[in-house]
Design a binder for this molecule. Structure first.
Ligand code: GDP
Ligand code: MG
Length: 686
């Protein structure tokens, strides 16, 4: 804050020469604005400039008013300060102060080029233009000051000629220095106003602006300051009073009225001024709306780039885990946060610029943000998909592995529901959508991260793959079930067949086939009851039942083969023969006497036994309805269950085999005969 006597303490603010004597624009203005603490002030800053002849105490006044550090001409040396435009941040207020030096080329006999250019430049950004003059210059209509004001008026028309309600105005604040007091300020004011009107009337106005009035563009205010050397105390007092008009917003004569503001956001001031100067320098028409648009484009791009830079670093941190197949927790929420903070950052700064440009650039930024996030979203979907499918497979396997009376259909359904819910809730989170089952109005207001994003395709793909897995699992399970039914059948058929074949009765095969049929029917029933939960279709059931039937028959045949193997059948024949030859009808062992018809008995017993070979040789039931036959094989029969020669399988003992068995039995029978014969001989000879 300024000291009570209005003399500011040494300022920390550094001035900067924004346009040097070679009319080159500085590169450091943005840095300087930042240093003055104004870069982020948006529109909450003001800009004042001072015009006037050389050595009229301009810099001195600015330094007193605002605590700036402009060069003041050394009193003793009377050295000229450098030509150009200087700028400095005011002390303790959001104000940029411009000190325009060398606008008095006229006095120094130089060309008025710089005067005109600096007037254009200043008017394009300044709210308040201080016009500094000695009291004795007032009324000098042909003096340098009036010539300067003529330039200002002309230039202003060029810049703000065509006005509308929103066009900014500028305050011209005349500061009359070394006011002696003999002429009251009101008189000086009247003289100046009269002269200004004359100047205004004299200037050539652009077409359509013939009737434009001076106060359409400018407000005017007048202030007088006492002689600094002769009445230093009064001077200080006057400065202090004037100062209040820049500081105290509550005053009616507060100078920075909103309508004066040129609406250049503080962080765009440097770029804007440079652009203006460039146009002015190259004598191009200075079109402020175009300049504002160009500025908006430049700044919006810069602001977007800044927002994107931070955003990209954030997004990059998730790329590896997502690409590596990880499901990132709360990805959607995090992405939303990144996106929101990038947009907020952009909006805060960029919304101050030209609306059309801002809106366009915002859409560009939004597209870029979404494009960057999209691979993360899609990657997350892929990972959710993979994980859901793995879990689904595992659940199926675990479900059927527990064994027991599981219901395959329920297992598939439960696992499917779980996997789908897992995927969909993850996918919705990643897309920034409300969780499943929560209505929008119930939960917090949820905005999708990108309305274009959809998880439907991935979801459909997942469901399809789950179906394939379920189908495969069902096939495997069906196969296992058929195998287990086959095993049960083998176990159950073993004994009844053995019992039936041990007694060589004429309806022996009927018994065997009846047992076979009963067991098969039981197997088929088991299959059908279990298959219900498998959701197998008729075709699949047809295949399974065919396989069960065929394998059952094969199992039966194997059992029959076991029971009719050479040693087994020979034993059977021997036992049968012995029973008839060595035992009588009452089951008592025969003791052969010479008078017995041993030959006859032998022959009868042998022939009866030989008939058995015939009985065993072919599966031939008396009841033809018991005959086994296979339906035509289904077309989709797996390769390992190919066709089978049913008719051929009815032959138990081939012709050769029968002959062989016959021969071997005869040899055995002969041995019995000889043994019996010998027993008679020995009993006779005793
Ligand atoms: P500028 O060239 O307009 O910026 O003028 P300076 O601020 O450099 O001042 C030029 C000279 O005038 C310096 O020697 C100041 O001390 C002196 N000076 C400053 N203010 C006043 C004033 O109000 N009255 C008089 N008579 N001299 C002043
Ligand atoms: Mg100066």
């Amino acid at each position: 804050m300024a000291t009570p006597n209005g003399v500011p303490p040494t300022s920390e603010s550094n001035r900067i020469q924004i346009i040097d004597e070679n009319k080159t624009f500085t590169h450091d203005l943005n840095g300087a604005i930042k240093e003055w603490g104004l870069l982020d002030s948006g529109f909450n800053y003001d800009l004042v400039a001072i015009f006037g002849s050389q050595s009229t105490g301009k810099s001195t006044l600015l330094n007193r008013l605002f605590g700036t550090t402009f060069d003041v001409m050394n009193e003793t040396e009377r050295r000229q300060t450098t030509k150009g435009i200087w700028m400095c941040g005011a002390k303790n207020m959001p104000l940029m102060v411009m000190d325009v030096e060398g606008t008095d080329g006229r006095e120094r006999g130089e060309d008025q080029d710089f005067e005109r250019k600096s007037a254009l430049f200043s008017l394009a950004s300044t709210e308040v233009l201080l016009v500094n003059m000695w009291e004795h210059q007032v009324g000098l209509y042909h003096g340098a000051n009036m010539a300067l004001l003529k330039t200002v008026f002309e230039v202003n028309l060029q810049l703000f000629g065509k006005r509308d309600a929103t066009s900014p105005r500028t305050l011209l604040l005349f500061v009359i220095r070394d006011h002696v007091g003999a002429t009251p300020l009101s008189n000086l004011r009247a003289t100046l106003i009269a002269d200004l009107s004359k100047i205004w009337d004299s200037i050539a106005k652009p077409e359509g602006l013939d009737h434009a009035k001076l106060d359409d563009y400018f407000d005017m205010s007048f202030v007088a300051l006492a002689h600094k050397i002769l009445r230093p105390d009064q001077f200080e007092e006057d400065v202090l009073k004037l100062r209040e008009r820049f500081f105290d917003r509550s005053r009616e004569d507060y100078v920075f009225k909103p309508v004066y503001h040129k609406r250049i956001p503080a962080d765009g001031v440097a770029h804007y001024m440079e652009g203006i100067w460039e146009q002015v320098q190259s004598n191009k028409d200075l079109d402020l709306p175009t300049q504002q648009e160009l500025l908006a484009q430049f700044r919006c791009d810069e602001i977007a780039a800044g927002a994107l830079e931070e955003f990209n670093i954030q997004a990059r941190s998730f790329r590896k885990p997502v690409e590596g197949g990880r499901i990132v927790e709360e990805l959607g929420r995090t992405m939303s946060t990144w996106k929101q903070s990038a947009l907020t950052r952009f909006d805060t700064a960029a919304s101050r610029y030209h609306k059309g440009v801002y809106t366009r650039k915002r859409a560009d930024l939004l597209a870029q943000l979404n494009t960057t996030l999209s691979p993360l979203f899609l990657g997350q979907l892929k990972n959710l998909h993979r994980s859901a499918l793995t879990t689904f497979k595992k659940d199926l396997v675990d479900g059927v592995r527990t064994g027991g009376d599981y219901d395959f259909g329920t297992i598939v359904q439960d696992a499917g529901k779980k996997a789908e819910e897992f995927f969909e809730s993850g996918a919705r989170e990643a897309a920034g959508l409300a969780p499943l089952g929560i209505k929008e109005e119930e939960g917090e207001e949820k905005q999708p991260i990108d309305a274009e994003w959809s998880y439907t395709d991935e979801f459909e793909q997942l469901k399809h793959e789950m179906q394939l897995v379920a189908d495969q699992c069902r096939k495997d399970e069906t196969k296992k079930m058929v195998n287990s039914i086959e095993k049960t059948f083998i176990r159950q058929i073993a004994e009844p067949v053995e019992v039936a074949l041990s007694k060589a009765k004429s309806d022996m095969w009927d018994t065997v086939l009846k047992a076979f049929r009963e067991n098969l029917e039981q197997c088929e029933a088991t299959y059908l009851s279990k298959a219900k939960s498998f959701n197998c279709n008729d075709e699949e059931n047809g295949v399974s039942l065919y396989i069960i039937k065929k394998r059952a028959w094969v199992a039966l045949r194997k059992r029959i083969d076991e029971l009719t193997a050479d040693p087994v059948i020979l034993t059977k024949l021997r036992d049968y023969f012995e029973e008839r030859f060595r035992y009588d009808e009452k089951g008592v062992p025969r003791v052969w006497k010479p008078e017995d018809d041993m030959d006859g008995s032998f022959q009868r017993a042998r022939d009866k036994t030989l008939e058995l070979v015939h009985l065993y040789a072919k599966i031939a039931p008396k009841d033809s309805s018991l005959e086994f036959s296979l339906p035509p094989p289904p077309t989709s029969l797996p390769e390992d269950d190919t066709e089978y020669d049913v008719a051929g399988s009815m032959v138990v003992l081939s012709e050769t085999k029968q002959m062989d068995v016959n021969a071997r039995f005869r040899r055995d029978a002969d041995a019995y005969y000889l043994e019996a014969k010998r027993s008679i001989v020995s009993s006779v000879s005793q």
